[in-house]
Write a protein that binds this ligand. Structure first.
Ligand code: PLP
Length: 462
């Protein structure tokens, strides 16, 4: 399987190289040159299989010769053994024809674990073969950082440095990053915003001498291997609701567009997904783009669903590449325009996008109200991101077509918002009930690339 960049000017890579590289050298994102398809029989045969076996079958065609079948099987088994639900991604019925897909049974209680745990395993295999040592550097608004730390902690050939904005993540999120005691884990509280953290990340990746010295690697959501791992639960959910014999719709609470884009790949592979519904909070650039054809960057308004507080949605570039008929020059031109604030999507591309996606936007008050409504109607307590999806999904239910809303985080990760809506403070699962008693290790650091570089050189265990 060959991987090409959305901007058409980076080297063509195999799966392992695309995974280890992350961002393409032309600034683009890697995608498979052709999308493998499954026949109706192949899809039907997934029914009743363990999640791990569904994962192996869905992932295999994308991996090519990079990993043997035995290695892939073991990596998948190890990735999901720490999940505390046997189904890994269980479905819960909210109403006739409307289901929640619970993606928060992994070690850090958000869907990010599905991809991060697997790429943690695949990175280890690749590094053991090459003898390389790497430094993983990430910027997080909360969930990605803890998932990356959990996936790479304790490994002898990896250091993991995570920058988060000091004072701007929830206490649960901070403690998940600051309490692992492993020497290779480094939580950096940057004096700045999430945007500052992302800017420093770019600075360090663009310093090629530093990048080579420490073997810098990126595991943010533009890494193709993360998208790939997320395709699996669309198959698992749709098959248990009657696919391929019947179509299933999905609503996805969306920020960086990684999770919903994985759904579009499942659809392109032949899974009968009717509509993919983009659900945004008040940071609604994607909803505006789908409605008006104008992709214009505004300012981020902090919300109670902070993991979706994003204006530039990185993975949307992949959807644009497909919508523009895989035209790397067209995508490059759009990304050039984006530097000065935005662009207009061509009529043809907009029609192509609307063939796959519809969208909706949810206000803060509506999010809170939906958490309360679901609690009253079903007894389920949902996180604010999930509530955004459920609200939009309820406006798009179709007779005879099951709707699945992705439940992306455990409510205990966002206790203040949930308590404000329901009066209930959701407890953490018992395995992390002592999170607030564990010792924290945090390094405060200036919003300054040189300071961060020196710290990495000094602290890394490599
Ligand atoms: C990351 C995240 C999202 C958004 O996912 P994208 O892939 O960035 O669209 C939604 N909900 C939660 C809880 C998240 O952590």
């Amino acid at each position: 399987m060959r991987y090409v960049s959305t901007r058409g000017r980076a080297p063509v890579l195999d799966f392992e190289q695309a995974m280890m590289t992350g961002l393409a050298r032309d600034g683009g994102l890697y995608l498979p040159e052709t999308i493998p398809t499954f026949s109706a029989e192949e899809i039907a045969s997934l029914e009743g299989l363990p999640y791990e076996e569904v994962a192996r079958r869905v992932i295999t065609p994308f991996v090519g010769d990079s990993f043997s079948d035995a290695d892939l099987r073991d990596a998948i088994a190890r990735a999901y053994q720490g999940f505390d639900h046997i189904a890994r991604a269980p479905l819960v019925q909210l109403a006739p024809g409307h289901h929640l897909l619970e993606l928060f049974h992994g070690p850090t209680l958000a869907f990010k674990d599905f991809a991060m745990q697997l790429i943690g395993q695949l990175f280890q295999l690749a590094l053991a073969r090459s003898g390389q040592r790497i430094t993983i550097l990430g910027a997080t608004s909360g969930d990605t950082g803890s998932a990356a730390i959990e996936a790479f902690r304790g490994l002898s050939n990896v250091d993991v440095f995570i920058m988060y904005p000091h004072g701007r993540v929830s206490e649960v999120q901070r403690r998940q990053m600051s309490t692992p005691a492993d020497a290779n884990v480094h939580a950096l509280a940057v004096e700045g915003t999430f945007d500052d953290c992302q800017a420093r990340l770019k600075d360090l990746f663009n310093d090629h001498e530093f990048r080579d010295t420490v073997g810098l690697a990126g595991v943010n959501s533009i890494n193709w291997a993360r998208v790939l791992a997320q395709i699996v639960y669309y198959f698992a959910a749709a098959v248990s609701l009657g696919a391929p014999a019947r179509a299933v719709d999905f609503t996805v609470p969306t920020g960086n567009f990684g999770d919903i884009f994985a759904g579009s790949i499942a659809r392109a592979m032949g899974l009968p997904i009717g509509k993919l519904v983009i659900a945004t909070n008040q940071n609604d650039i994607l909803h505006r783009a789908l409605t008006s054809g104008e992709y214009r960057v505004g300012t981020v308004e902090p919300s109670i669903s902070p993991s979706m507080d994003i204006q530039v949605s990185s993975n949307f570039e992949r959807a644009l590449w497909l919508a523009y008929g895989r035209d790397g020059n067209a995508v490059s031109a759009l990304m050039e325009e984006l530097k000065s604030g935005g662009f207009t999507i061509s009529q043809g591309a907009l029609e192509a996008l609307r063939e796959t996606y519809i969208s909706g936007r949810v206000s803060e008050a509506e999010t809170t109200a939906m958490i309360a409504t679901i609690r009253e109607e079903t007894g389920e307590v949902i996180c604010p991101h999930t509530a955004v999806a459920v609200k939009v999904a309820r406006a798009h239910l179709r007779a005879g077509v099951p709707m699945v809303s992705l439940s992306t985080a455990h409510p205990a990760k966002f206790p203040d918002a949930v308590e404000a809506a329901t009066g209930i403070r959701p407890p953490l699962p018992s395995r992390m009930a002592d999170l607030f008693k564990r010792d924290e290790r945090i390094t405060r650091i200036a919003n300054d690339a040189e300071a961060i570089k020196s710290l990495i050189l000094e602290r890394r265990t490599a």
